[in-house]
Design a binder for this molecule. Structure first.
Ligand code: UDP
Length: 330
């Protein structure tokens, strides 16, 4: 199988590329290196990488034509980036996906699109099922532009499936974490681990009672590959995540414990971090019935194992940084 992975130099994309190459696929990557890093994939044998945007239609067309299947992970992600750069987020996420849909449809290449639990919005529920209503905040709150842009991507994908029978499947990812995820764009686990390893206060936003279910990237990647390999999932959307809930406050405590840090916890109001009118999701957990029925999905990695994997990734980076006086994640 020849596969194109957009966003392949990113955190999840690079783990996907590794898994595809390990099973004998030929992999090419299209990545604009906005949040991805070449360092994430340079060790993978035989990988081809084009540094460009999914908004460059000619490049996308050439790359799609040369492969059998396309994994579309390339997007503007991370709350911090989205809040700071809403125009780019909206245009890149919608236009880039439209181009990938158009070109994969032209050549009849199966397409997997990664979406996000953000599309559920703030919801009245705590456990989200694929067909639940979505509750998105007002259009003048930048946070929601990410959810809205990814929801448009999903609408487009369903439209291509219905109107053109284009084989496409959507994976809604819930708080995926693991090695190579950077804290630069707000993601909480690499941020806390870095703070703990430096013995700095862990910055818990709000009251810390909000909860999330963190999923190990190594549990997500095989699910993406199985969704690609099976045709009966086409035209459908699947949650991928875990149901191990933890409050952010407890997460901070566990990270302090597992790093052996002398850090304390510092509570910071949301307004101080993101400005006036920021809205956070209180709780967020996926319903996994649909993905379980489709591919027998079961996340295996515990939260402590996840935390330890991130510590093992970040600790040597911080050592190198201290020696070479450069950022742990450039
Ligand atoms: N968070 C935090 N401190 C940080 C970064 C994030 O308390 O330094 C909180 C954030 O407000 C959210 C949760 O941790 O409630 C998860 O944040 P992340 O950005 O990792 O994912 P989200 O679920 O918001 O997409």
């Amino acid at each position: 199988m020849r596969a194109l992975v957009t966003g392949g130099a990113g955190f999840i994309g690079s783990h996907l590329c590794e898994a595809l190459v390990a099973r004998g696929d030929t992999v090419s990557v299209l990545d604009d290196l906005s949040t991805g890093r070449f360092e994430n994939i340079e060790h993978i044998p035989g990988i081809e990488c084009v540094i460009d945007s999914t908004m460059n239609q000619e490049i996308v067309r050439d790359m799609v034509r040369a492969v059998d299947v396309v994994y579309h992970l390339g997007a503007t992600v991370g709350v911090q980036l989205v809040v700071n750069d809403p125009i780019h987020t909206i245009v890149n996420n919608i236009w880039g996906t439209e181009i990938v849909l158009e070109e994969t449809c032209r050549y009849r290449r199966k397409l997997l699109i990664t979406s996000t639990s953000e599309v559920y919005g703030k919801g009245s529920r705590e456990v989200f099922q694929e067909d639940d209503d979505r509750v998105i905040g007002p259009t003048n709150r930048h946070r929601w532009c990410y959810a809205a842009s990814k929801a448009i991507d999903e609408f487009l994908a369903f439209a291509y499936w219905r109107e053109k029978r284009h084989p496409v499947v959507i994976a809604r990812l819930f708080n995926t974490v693991g090695p190579r995820q950077t804290g630069r764009y707000g993601m909480v686990i690499p941020t806390f681990v870095t703070q703990a390893l430096r013995n700095e206060p862990l910055t818990v936003f709000g009251d810390g009672k909000q909860s999330r279910c963190f999923t190990y990237v190594g549990d997500v990647v095989p699910a993406l590959i199985q969704l690609m390999d099976r045709s009966e999932v086409n035209g459908n959307v699947y949650n991928i995540g875990s149901t191990m809930r933890v409050t952010i406050e407890d997460l901070a405590r566990r990270i302090i414990e597992r790093t052996g840090s002398s850090s304390t916890i510092k509570y910071i109001p949301y307004e101080e971090v993101y400005g006036e009118g920021y809205e956070d999701m209180r709780h967020r957990e996926p319903c996994l019935k649909r993905i379980q029925a489709a591919i027998g999905y079961e996340p295996k990695t515990s939260l402590d194992e996840i935390i330890d994997s991130v510590i093992a990734d970040i600790r040597p980076r911080l050592h190198r940084q201290a020696i070479e006086n450069r950022p742990a994640y450039p």
